[in-house]
Design a binder for this molecule. Structure first.
Ligand code: ASN
Length: 309
């Protein structure tokens, strides 16, 4: 314990917090400005709900009981997002805190925290290409601002951040897997000097599967270059009741907690949408050039690690 406290003291006393936090402040302001310029309103996050993102990998549930109701701490608000576009809103963004009690095998990934925030975005009637174009604009805007406004901080951190001028390359996951094996995203990230997209991953029930080609998903990941790995994931959404039921059955999900959600879908009033979530801590790690995500958070929150504070 004494040793762990000593390490925490050393972390809190580190000299580079002003630079890291100046870059973070600039990036957060750039995100808000870009959204405002594009007329995209900000909604407040949801922290508790009977349902949350089931995720496509296994984590421990973070549940509480409140007046005999089981409520989950948010893993992501992805299931909620399309419902927020049923009325007059055509898009929104949200700084959404997520709790994912990851298994300890993720401890050394250098990009997983059990508590993090993502910029969630969702757009009515968008397809994947329109969404990807929007995100590229956002990423370029943020990098430009940080390069302009944080020259001294980047220099002090020894970070040579380059501005990606061209459109980001787009790859199919199946092609990359043939070339690089299962961890193709990390391998290509190490070989790349600009962000890139990967299309089609078999994932949660809510990402749209092609009507003709079974197993082809209209979803995407944005990957940071220089080995920083996954930046954003998202997709076009299943919004039709029958498709969602079918996919929940295929995934052998317990539908009981989803009763209200399914009833809303059954009304046929949920529009077709596309969206995604960009990890804030992963963005700051990339911008600051810190090897480990743990270096940009003051209090450690790594999978499987004891939290002191
Ligand atoms: N929020 C992401 C999305 O919009 C998914 C995720 O966080 N698992 O698709």
């Amino acid at each position: 314990m004494v040793k762990m406290v000593q390490k925490l003291i050393e972390r809190l006393e580190r000299k580079d917090w002003p630079e890291i936090l100046a870059i973070q402040t600039t990036a957060l302001r750039a995100i808000a400005d870009y959204m405002r310029l594009n007329d995209i309103p900000q909604v407040m996050p949801i922290l508790l709900s009977p349902i949350t993102d089931p995720l496509s990998h296994s984590v421990f549930d973070a549940e509480i009981e409140y007046y005999k109701q089981r409520l989950q701490l948010t893993k992501s608000i992805t299931v909620h997002k399309p419902l927020m576009l049923m009325g007059a809103l055509s898009s929104f963004f949200c700084m959404s805190p997520n709790i994912r009690l990851e298994k300890e095998e993720k401890q050394h990934s250098r990009r997983h925290l059990v508590e993090f925030t993502q910029v969630e975005m969702e757009f009515k009637e968008y397809d994947k290409y329109k969404f990807m174009e929007f995100v590229e604009g956002l990423v370029k805007f943020v990098i430009m601002r940080v390069k302009e406004e944080c020259k001294d901080e980047l220099k002090k951190l020894g970070r040579n951040l380059s501005y990606p001028k061209e459109r980001f390359p787009v790859y199919e996951s199946s092609d990359l897997e043939k070339l690089h094996g299962v961890d193709f995203d990390d391998k290509l990230s190490k070989l790349s000097d600009k962000p890139f997209w990967i299309l089609s991953f078999k994932r949660e029930f809510y990402d749209k599967e092609d009507k003709q080609v079974k197993g082809y998903y209209h979803n995407y990941d944005l990957i940071w270059p220089e080995g920083f790995g996954e930046a954003l994931s998202g997709g076009e959404r299943e919004h039709k009741y029958e498709d969602v039921i079918r996919k929940m059955k295929e995934r052998k999900m317990d539908m009981t907690p989803y009763e209200a959600y399914l009833e809303i879908l059954r009304s046929g009033k949920v529009p077709s949408t596309a969206g995604g979530g960009l990890g804030i801590e992963r963005l700051i790690r990339f911008l600051t050039g810190k090897v480990d995500i743990d270096q940009i958070t003051m209090f450690p929150r790594k999978p499987g690690q004891e939290m002191l504070m």
